[in-house]
Write a protein that binds this ligand. Structure first.
Ligand code: ADP
Ligand code: MG
Length: 397
């Protein structure tokens, strides 16, 4: 994979695919960005390119407009915020970019309108995508892929355009890809993965692939209840995917054969309804009564998990330990996140909600080696799949 440092970009027009899919809220009738983390994540690449005298043309998407123009999903507010953060000129091209691009000077940035307003972007028909990609390729001399959140997608502005132009990985894609490659191919051991989140069915592929590499797997979150049920415990009204019990039993067998330790909760916080104001209590994980549902791991489990992390040299965390969005059920996620953050190890956080939990719970982001900006992409990486948006960058051009 080439880096932007391998190209002389002075006076060149560089098309940069970023992930600017930021959360928006309507404030006084205007679309306002509530978290600009994804814009900040692209700054090193954009800055380097403009500092070296390139014209930067940003292509990105926002939401799921499904191929039609939706003014609420315009990238105009994103272009404005990018200009503020860069403290340098950013032109929003709207839907007629030709003029903006021809008149742009070296060191300037042009942001194209939401690429998903064009149905060809996400078309399943390769020739439709290729047509859009060649429109985009005409604007530029070089393509830079820096939207890690989209590299698992086969889309015109992610993969097809890379096939038409000389291409490089931006700094963000480069650092994400090298961290995940390290973890996947050559983790320092003990290698411990903490998995949580809502459903075990979302993460079957991840668990299956991890059982070829990990030393220890700690299971919390909603998925823990399918593990507890597979071991014959009643889980009351907790999140349970009964149809996944055979897969879970298969995982437990494979782990036992390979000497991989799977650790499940010993106590849980149960509530009498799914609500912030619910009555709640801590019970032993094998004593969840009917009418109660587990919404967090309990304090003994936090201690157990922390002890299983103590000697780790590599830690990957994906998925909150409980319903951290509600204060009474956030302690498990907070405790485990703090335990991970305090380790002197390579610590990687993947998963959109896990990253959100770190910010919401006020944990210092710099205490982790790496917090991924790509939820879906990081999961597919951990599943051991080939990400099409990275594979195209590996082809020489
Ligand atoms: P990530 O985005 O980090 O991969 P997921 O999307 O898999 O994580 O899951 C996040 C969601 O899981 C959170 O919204 C959280 O409230 C929910 N969750 C965690 N534990 C439970 C539980 N015990 N019961 C129901 N939902 C849970
Ligand atoms: Mg999620």
């Amino acid at each position: 994979m080439k880096s932007i440092d391998d190209f002389d970009v002075a006076g060149k027009r560089v098309l940069v695919r970023t992930d600017f899919n930021v959360p928006l809220a309507e404030l006084d009738g205007r679309q306002t960005i509530t978290d600009d983390g994804r814009i900040r994540a692209a700054l090193p690449t954009v800055k380097a390119l403009i500092d070296r005298g390139a014209v930067v043309i940003v292509v990105a998407h926002l939401g799921r407009p499904k191929g039609v123009v939706d003014p609420k999903l315009s990238l105009a507010p994103v272009a404005a915020r990018l200009g503020e953060l860069l403290e340098s000129p950013v032109v929003f091209a709207g839907e007629n970019p030709d003029d903006a691009i021809t008149s742009a000077q070296p060191g300037e940035v042009v942001v194209l309108e939401n690429i998903r307003f064009d149905a060809r972007e996400t078309s399943k028909d390769q020739s439709e995508r290729a047509a859009l990609a060649s429109d985009l390729a005409r604007y530029a001399d070089l393509f830079v892929s820096d939207g890690f959140g989209v590299v698992h997608r086969e889309q015109a502005s992610v993969t097809d355009v890379a096939r038409l132009l000389p291409h490089a990985a931006g700094y963000l894609v480069n650092s994400e890809a090298s961290v995940f490659s390290k973890v996947l191919e050559d983790p320092d051991r003990p290698y411990v993965v903490v998995l949580g989140g809502s459903k075990v069915s979302d993460k079957l592929g991840v668990i299956g692939n991890l059982l070829t590499s990990v030393d220890r797997l700690l299971i919390g979150g909603g998925m823990a209840f399918t593990f507890l049920a597979a071991l014959g415990h009643d889980v009351g009204d907790s999140l349970l995917e009964a149809d996944q019990i055979p897969s879970v039993l298969g995982f437990l067998d494979t782990a036992a054969e390979r000497g991989i330790e799977i650790v499940i909760p010993v106590d849980v916080v149960v509530a009498d309804e799914f609500a912030e104001t619910a009555r709640h209590k801590v019970v032993s994980a094998d004593r969840i009564e009917a009418g109660w549902r587990g919404l967090d791991i309990g304090p003994q489990t936090v201690e157990l998990f922390a002890s299983k992390l103590a000697d780790a040299k590599t830690i990957v965390w994906n998925g909150p330990m409980g319903v951290f969005e509600m204060a009474p059920f956030a302690a498990g996620t907070l405790g485990v996140a703090q335990a991970i953050a305090s380790r002197d190890a390579l610590t990687v956080v993947g998963g959109g909600d896990s990253a959100a939990a770190i910010r919401l719970l006020g944990i210092n982001e710099s205490d982790f080696t790496h917090i991924s900006t790509g939820g879906g992409a990081s999961l597919e990486f951990l599943e051991g799949r080939t990400l099409p948006g990275l594979a195209v960058l590996e082809d020489s051009e």
